[in-house]
Design a protein around this ligand. Structure first.
Ligand SMILES: O=C(CO)[C@H](O)COP(=O)(O)O
Length: 168
């Protein structure tokens, strides 16, 4: 489906430890009017794909422009974020509170949000996911220069502004 207005194209994924929340969140997201599409990349219990494989696949869908954001679930949310951050151009966070979810988009322009099924209750995960959909990064915000600094470092452009002060 073609996105309308401010609708988002999403990918959801989990390892076996996050499967229950992934299924519940995917169903919520599909019913949310701020969502155009939800691609579910698994994994199911039989596949038992380890979290890095799922995170890399989700990150590559974003980097390739097929989707806008990813919602990933593992036991803690930590491994998913670490692995997704290895994909060029991806900014992934683990966040389990409203402020962090908000800042992850408005300041960090993170495209990936990772939850830990073993860390928060399902009701909170659902609420945070719904809040997350309402935020959009503003390219004109003062945060944009910091995102550009992250990209420059990733691309090994090392702008002077990011080099540490020399000891006197
Ligand atoms: O939480 C996880 C990684 O951060 C994952 O669900 C469990 O990790 P594993 O036991 O190393 O697969």
């Amino acid at each position: 489906m073609r996105p309308q207005g401010n609708q988002l194209r999403l990918v959801v994924g989990s390892d076996a430890a996050g499967r229950e929340y992934r299924n519940a969140l995917a169903s919520d997201l599909r019913a949310n009017p701020l969502v155009a599409t939800v691609v579910d990349i698994g994994s199911d219990d039989r596949a038992r794909r380890p979290y890095p494989e799922v995170a890399f696949a989700a990150g590559q869908l974003i980097a390739g422009g097929q989707v806008d954001r990813a919602l990933l679930v593992c036991h803690t949310g930590l491994g998913m974020a670490i692995a997704a951050n290895k994909v060029q151009g991806i900014r992934a966070v683990t966040a389990h509170d409203s402020l962090s979810v908000r800042v992850s988009v408005l300041s960090n322009n993170a495209q990936v949000l990772a939850f830990g099924q073993g860390i928060i209750g399902l009701a909170l995960a659902r609420r945070l996911a719904a809040e997350w959909l309402t935020y959009r990064f503003e390219a004109t915000s003062s945060a944009a220069v910091k995102i550009e600094a992250i990209h420059a470092f990733e691309d090994q452009r090392f702008p002077a502004a990011t080099t540490p002060d020399q000891p006197r």
